[in-house]
Design a protein around this ligand. Sequence first.
Ligand code: G3I
Ligand code: 9MR
Ligand code: ZN
Length: 570
Amino acid sequence: MDILLNQVGFLPGTGKAVTFRGKAMADAFSVIDEETGMSVYEGKQDEAFENRGTGEECRMGDFSEVKKPGSYYILAGSEQSPSFRIGTDVFDNINYDLIYMLHLQRCGCELDQKEAGDFAHPACHTGMGLVYGTEEKIEVTGGWHDAGDYGRYVVPAAKTITDILLAYEMDPKALSFSMDLKDEPFFGMTSAGAFCRENYGEEEEKQWESLPDVLKELLYEVIWMMKMQRQDGAVYHKVTCASFCEIDEFPEEETEQLIVSPVSNAAAACYAATMAIVYRNYLPLMPAFAKDALAAGQKAFDYVCAHPDEIGFTNPEGIHTGEYRDPNWKDEWLWAASILFEVTGDTKYEDVVKELADTQLTEGLGWEETGFYGALFYVMNKNADGDIAKKMIRKMEDYADRYAGAATQDAYGTASVSHHYIWGSNSIIANRGMLFTLLCELPQVEQEKKNLYQKAAVWQADYLLGRNGTGYCFVTGHGTLCPEHPHHRPSVKLQKAMKGMLVGGPDDGLQDECAVENLTGKASALCYIDDEMSYSTNEITIYWNTPLLYLLTAMKKKDSFKSFLKGIYA
Ligand code: G3I
Ligand code: 9MR
Ligand code: ZN
């Protein structure tokens, strides 16, 4: 297939780009309405050029003028593209699936046939967790499995929760769909409602009942996370077995002893940041719970402040699961300080922001580089120091200019400067898209820059949904060509991909045997294989789904369809 474009669809008002690969095809292209078979738009292909990331000759086309909802395909010479839709609702299903996947990743409770289909399973990982290096056992059930493995890790959980709440804050209506959640057994109690009543009172139980499903689902992760905190405020890094289980085991089949890894400052700082945004969202909804969450976050923050010499988490002897090794946890500390300052107004947090602002603005919204979360929560606060905020914005703009600029030079609009793709590259692209849209929210950013960021944001979504050199829409169950064999244990066991999962994507480091065998010698951007054994290119995670969810939600919110609607159909 040599016509590459977003296979999920386009919003009426946003830009629409397509990439043609190879020399011969044609100079022109047509957009064909599937219903009538008629061309609705005749376009010209841009000059051919050698594309850096993929090493192929490419041409680009633009059909932004086509705005009318419907189903279409593109014709160039005798080549036909996958069909795609235009409509205001094109992202509704995928967004739902991106969230529902989290529900399906639930650990510690039964998922029945009705809610999970073939992915139904009895409660898993219900045993007590043995605290590493001690005889102590603690109760740490709940939360979502992180990825293709069944570990539960605090650091990536923080990004997951934050992204969802940022999306929810931006457009609560868009995320207030029903997930048909039943009031299921919750952490050993009869129901989630009962859990809330028991811990926070009857009023809170009622409040819980009226939460939108997405906020109920999120609580499942948040309350697990709260169990990962030690009495003194420190936070355990993760709970996993000693090693990953076999690739075709269902969750309840992994029955080895659960081990709670040692505490880390990365975990504590992420935890503090998460509890602050949880507080901000749940305060009007479940105030008793929200205050508890904030207090827990503050305690974790204090722990970090009292232990500034920690060198960062590494897997202790005998533990071989995901490490989320991040020797620099100070950017997480900055993030926590920024949002705690915002929600409490306490200048002790701002003092930490001031101390770290020069050195800890690490570039990104990743699980590892979190400096821009710190920056965003600070600059959005009306009580922020003007000079510091200005510096932070400049740093984010420089980054965004660099990557959005690179995107304009790439045949697929990819926001990559080096065209060196690493493990989870798709999430890096999604994170950049998310940042572009967030910068568009800031009044301090000039309109001219916003125009570029908006375009670049759309291109990142397009890239992930099919406009890339591999031709894959990287979300399972969506698009014409999507991963069928993700490195995801339940999917491997069933030989059927769970839908709504964003895979890691190209990784030129060839970090697993399957990648070495199949991808050696390929151009960086093409180092992807839809094989269940390729965990470095084809795994999935909860925190790769969420920046894409944010990006698509933001795009839908911003689409200029309304003004278009007035102009053409009114
Ligand atoms: O930071 C360096 C960078 O300086 C260098 O240029 C580049 C060259 O390859 O590598 C960068 O490091 C990479 C690092 O991620 C950056 O975040 C490593 O190569 C890469 O191996 C590492 O990948 C991580 C992977 O675990 C292996 O540790 C992924 O980010 C992380 O998402 C992934 O997480 C796993 C969990 O451990 C277990 N659960 C599944 C999950 C997803 O695969
Ligand atoms: O399934 C594991 C995946 O979640 C991890 O990201 C990956 C890297 O840590 O490891 C996978 O597990 C493999 C292990 O590392 C090596 N033996 C084979 C395992 C399953 O493919
Ligand atoms: Zn489990």
